[in-house]
Design a binder for this molecule. Sequence first.
Ligand code: FES
Length: 84
Amino acid sequence: MSDEVLKVEPTVKITVRPNGPFRVEGPISLVDVNGQEWDLTGKPAISLCRCGMSTKRPFCDGTHGKEGWKCDASPVPTEPVAQG
Ligand code: FES
């Protein structure tokens, strides 16, 4: 029996909200192009703007709803893999 401990990386879950933001849950590190990090202390989840209209980008500020922004957000079904 091995004493090796299997480390499992925590998973970040990103939910594409219908007509809304990306909801990001998990161990999050959010940085800009220069590597500066937003302080997300105490935030187990954040919503990132997907419509481009937020005044608090990269975060969603709810403008998408006020403006009636629409965008479908579901994966395109894939073809079943042929067996044999
Ligand atoms: S997705 Fe909410 S303001 Fe852009």
